[in-house]
Write a protein that binds this ligand. Sequence first.
Ligand SMILES: NC(=O)c1ccc[n+]([C@@H]2O[C@H](COP(=O)([O-])OP(=O)(O)OC[C@H]3O[C@@H](n4cnc5c(N)ncnc54)[C@H](O)[C@@H]3O)[C@@H](O)[C@H]2O)c1
Length: 359
Amino acid sequence: MTLTHPAAALDSLAQIPLSHEKVLIETGKRSGLMITVAIHSTRLGQALGGARLWQYASWTDAVADALRLSAAMTLKNAAAGLNRGGGKCVIYLPLGTVLTDAGKRLAMLDLGDAIESMKGAYMTAEDVGTSAELMAIVAERTSHVCGLPAASGGVGEPADATAAGVYASIESTLEALFGSREVRGRHLVISGLGQVGGRVATAAAAAGATLTVTDINPDKRALADELGARWVPVADAHRVHADLFVPCGLGGVLTSAVIAELNVLGICGAANNQLENPAGAAQLNARGILWAPDFVVNAGGVVYLDLASEPNADRAKITERVAGIGSVLTQIFTDASASEITTLAAAELLAVTRLNAAS
Ligand SMILES: NC(=O)c1ccc[n+]([C@@H]2O[C@H](COP(=O)([O-])OP(=O)(O)OC[C@H]3O[C@@H](n4cnc5c(N)ncnc54)[C@H](O)[C@@H]3O)[C@@H](O)[C@H]2O)c1
């Protein structure tokens, strides 16, 4: 065991309002990895949010991510009309750590034990760095996990539903800006061609959009070529003159400097926690850029996981609920405009109204 003075490292955590019901930080007994399970709220029901396995510069960054992401899940689940609270967990990998399959298995067993110790207050699922197959390992230690592979009797990955919700949101954002939901002929800049971004790019290309794309992973260039999309370096993507910027990589992409340089009329993407700072919502407003709040746009996955996990789930109803994310977003745009508030404030108001009605 190493003992160090924690004061400096804790500074990054001090910036986050701690409004969480419960936070567990423990070292997995098999993997030796630090696991954070953050339950922000169970006011609407059992907390639901994914398990992230990711590299961070410090353990405090990993905990900070869990705190921010779990609070966003409370808003996301409430705004989506689910009877679910907000939670998230993060397994911290120090920079440069690459886990073998055996190492991942140990991490997932530890994660399962950590979740089981929360006594049903939190249910996990896949997120960045994890998968349906890894959730099947978590299920060896707890029943509070969803999104398992179909072969294990689960409902599978939620990325299709997330992408469908993002696509419906893109249509609603275009409608708010141009009076038409038509994607054909619109120019979208998609940053991040992973599970969700790749699907959104494929659907937008099929609909006749002009695409500029980027990813930190150069292998994704093959998809860009396949779709006839222009590839630009990551650092240049936000400066491209286009109709919409579609962030589908990781969070924090909308820094003050990036917002100042954007050359689009709207932003609508899957990435969680896009605003580096909530003040970015007012900065976007002042620049006349319409921002579709991320926690509304990317709720398709959690809607799918929640509804598909119910007995006798009705697939057509789930598809309808996911497509309905576009209507929720339209309402938020209307409310923001009528009350002269940011779209972030309007979306938070929608979620908080529902949370307050439940208490
Ligand atoms: N998968 C889902 O169902 C789901 C649901 C809700 C929210 N989200 C959010 O959507 C985002 C994408 O999720 P995903 O499942 O597609 O993840 P993914 O890991 O499959 O894909 C992310 C892609 O973004 C790229 N990337 C990472 N950092 C980048 C950067 N700075 N600039 C450009 N590209 C970058 C990665 O190389 C990768 O190709 C994440 O923020 C995730 O939290 C995903």
